[in-house]
Design a protein around this ligand. Sequence first.
Ligand code: GFB
Length: 429
Amino acid sequence: MLIFSKIILLLLFFTTSTLQIEEYCEIDDMVCKGASFKQNYRYLFYDVNPPEGFNLRRDVYMRYAIWAHKLMLNSRLEYHKYVKLVLPPWSRLYHWRYSEKPEFKPWSYYFDLESLQKFAPVIEMYQFFDDVKKTGSNKVLIDEVYILQHYEDMFQSGKFIEKMSIEKCNEPVDPNYFYYKNITSNNVKCLSFHGFTDQLTNLFETSSSKTFLFIHGEVVLHSNFGDKLYWKCRRSMRFNKHLINIANEFRNKNLNSTDVSDKTELPEDWKEEKPRRTALGGPYLSVHLRRGDFVRARPKDTPTISHAAKQIKNRLIDLSINKVFVATDAKINEINELKSILESDGFQVLLYEPNKNVLQKFGDGGVAIIEQIICSYSRYFIGTYESTFSFRIQEEREIIGFPVESTFNRFCGGDSFECEPPSKWKIVY
Ligand code: GFB
């Protein structure tokens, strides 16, 4: 706005107890003064509703990573471009039963951090703390905390109108964040929100604060869902190389599957990647058979073990394949039941069983990723309806370049063999 044209925005150098005026930017000239300016980043934090699982969190990451990517490239003002998105560590996830050490796992345990950084200006939480320690403190007082919440009447009008406003909090305010005792704030507001990440840009660009935290980050929707930028960000989410190697070894040893024979080689650099449909996949069927809370919460869409076995058998016969790889959170007795039905019909059933080292180092999250990778390279995939675990496998298969028909398939619940097909989130640009 014009009224701002004479305002000098002060860049505030972050310390926990005091705020020092270090450098400034003139909005008129769009320039920043101060030799070490580039080192003085503004930090964005986000967190996700605690019960949400690993694979929804991966999607929420993309919303903020794309936003940070755009701030870095497109901001009106030079100083808005010096932004860092701080990755919330993986801790105390509801579904991860294996006692995880360290408790706050950095993203590099699961993803290739360098690859993420080629798309978005991300840093790990411990790297942020390293910056904080340089100020002589280990306490963090976040300048602006927004607890995002849905409008109570959001779905009543039937119209999608983007809006946001500071309102009364719907939930009690928790004074600590990310389960850390040394991160807090004196400036916490509840932000009722309806819309996409880009709507947050105004909030960021009209403030001189150095640190921002968005709690319930999942309330904000993708501004770029399904477009070229979306897929660029998704491609940047390559897994930790160690996990890829474990999955590849398993494919090679047990499934006669290699990238060369499966036509699934991906270039080292994903930046110029284009959509493709050339992958063949290894000579096995893969399935993601979600059990756990789905059995209770979604009985209509979740098959019994014997009905899942029938669907697997039919597909193996159609494909003239005799091996199935099963990714599942099923109980051991359910796995045994599935195996015994299929094996008695002469089919080979494979599951990934981690050794102690893998489990200790990467925990349940690492095991889940290894299974997801193995599913991503099969000739044909069947997933579980509306499971984000299955969605992420489907995205991976889109990136690798499989024919659409080999990817967007699901188990039917009840005793039916025909059911509503899954949404097809294809790469179409
Ligand atoms: O990733 P996720 O949230 O997908 O699944 P949904 C939750 C967790 O369950 C994963 C484990 O992070 C894994 O730890 N898990 C699920 C599996 N399937 C498998 C599997 O095939 N193999 C292995 N190793 N682990 C959401 C839940 O689950 O569904 C929400 O997070 C809610 O809390 C919602 O219940 C309905 O989208 O399947």
